[in-house]
Design a binder for this molecule. Sequence first.
Ligand code: BEZ
Length: 211
Amino acid sequence: MSIRLGDTAPDFTADSTEGTINFHEWLGDSWGVLFSHPKDFTPVCTTELGAVAKLKGEFDKRGVKVVGVSVDDVTDHNAWKSDIEETQGTALNFPLIGDKDKKVAELYEMIHPNSLDSLTVRTVFVIGPDKKIKLTITYPASTGRNFNEILRVIDSLQLTAKYSVSTPVDWKDGDDVIIAPAISDEDAEKKFPKGFKKLKPYLRLTPQPNK
Ligand code: BEZ
């Protein structure tokens, strides 16, 4: 049974480069990103882990804890760290789970054998403070991810969790947002005092309410 949006993120206990992680406990009231990479000491993964380390401050700002996982062990993760720092210019600053026994990989269905034999593909799970899955993305081993896109989606998820709005194509923090169609014009005037543009009865744009 695959993990779907709105499901509770499976809980687990695992070793990591920062000690034992009891996942739900570790998340606490924070948002979380759990992402898998195929293998330590491989080129694309090295660039991805460096990119996430560079963006750590952006995840922190949004109250998001980040954790990586692969089916390597923690000893390998620790040995790989210096390569990441040397080649990407940033030291690893978030935990990497060692999942040699594939417990986490199987729980989250991160191994897609028709794509990549017995290694994890590049999955991303965004988890809300309610421990529900808010986003899943899966990339093949050959394509490095764009973690700025993950931050963009988190901005949308956090905004739409608070306000009766959704975000249009290519939206980024600060752009106009869409008022939920279920809200009447009369209620929209009260809820969105900055006003709105009514392009169609179902398509009303308003400035981002928390800016
Ligand atoms: C990579 O990170 O470059 C990679 C890892 C596993 C399979 C293919 C590519």
